[in-house]
Design a protein around this ligand. Structure first.
Ligand code: ADP
Ligand code: MG
Length: 252
């Protein structure tokens, strides 16, 4: 069985890409066949896994219908982890996609019958609720919502949950929230503890037990084109993403 996760939050800089890359690497390391699809035109996940940001075919060609998903899959230096890279042309998809037939279901169509060999597929979304994120939410079984453990953390979450409701009602009834993930948590500050308490109080049952600490090894790893578990397997960031992978895998 393949489970498809969208990593989404319309806010930028909350840890979506970092979570997509490192969670993908950790579930792959645990032995699950994993595919990470980069659907952000910034291509940070592709670059973070050591790929060029202008390769072709990319997810752009897949959504445009000029390449199949299988054609766009590349291996990574992590065993069991493959990636479909993004490409700057994808920026145009925000305008082009709505003009194409079945614009909201193109990613789902591309994945149907093409991802059966994988246990987990992760979709790294751009920082908006535009057509690319809608495609991801329509294709996904579950959503992981990274939430930066900072003041204003709750801002925007209500809007995101409303969007999920609309998608569930109109386009993808099986979509569920896997969880909100507190990221960049700085345990030394009172603020981080207050924000964590507040998010857990607002969304009981919906927040992952695992919290991702702010960790310099996590932020360095992409510049070496590798996930943090290869950059420094024993740092706090690696420990946390391994824990998260266990929590996610336990839910199937
Ligand atoms: P998004 O994809 O939501 O825009 P990113 O994953 O790119 O966010 O993260 C934004 C910035 O924060 C990046 O520079 C990233 O390296 C950094 N970052 C993310 N998570 C951590 C962490 N746990 N510790 C330190 N820096 C982090
Ligand atoms: Mg990103």
């Amino acid at each position: 069985m393949t489970t498809i996760y969208a990593i989404a939050n319309q806010k930028g800089g909350v840890g979506k890409t970092t979570t997509a890359v490192n969670l993908a690497a950790c579930v792959a390391e645990a032995g699950y066949r994993t595919l990470l699809i980069d659907i952000d035109p910034q291509a940070n996940a592709s670059v973070g896994l050591g790929l060029p940001k202008d390769g072709e075919p990319s997810i752009y060609e897949v959504l445009a219908g000029t390449a199949s998903l299988a054609d766009a899959v590349l291996p990574t230096n992590v065993d069991q982890l493959s990636v479909v890279p993004s490409n700057g042309s994808l920026a145009g998809a925000n305008i082009e996609l709505p003009r194409l037939e079945g614009s909201e279901t193109r990613l789902r169509e591309a994945l149907t019958g093409a991802v059966g060999d994988y246990d987990f597929v992760l979709l790294d979304c751009p920082p908006s609720l535009g057509p690319l994120t809608v495609n991801a939410l329509v294709a996904a079984d579950r959503v992981i919502v990274p939430v930066q453990t900072e003041y204003f953390a709750l801002e925007g979450l209500a809007g995101l949950l409303d969007t999920l409701d609309i998608i569930r009602r109109d386009l993808n009834p099986r979509l569920t929230v896997a969880g909100m993930l507190l990221t960049m948590h700085d345990g030394r500050t009172r603020l981080a503890q207050d924000v964590e308490r507040e998010v857990r109080r607002h969304f009981p049952e919906l927040v992952f037990d695992t919290v991702i600490p702010r960790n310099v090894r996590v932020s360095e790893a992409p510049s070496f084109g590798r996930p943090v578990i290869h950059h420094d397997p024993h740092c706090a960031g690696s420990d946390a993403y391994f824990e998260l992978a266990k929590e996610v895998a336990a839910r199937g």
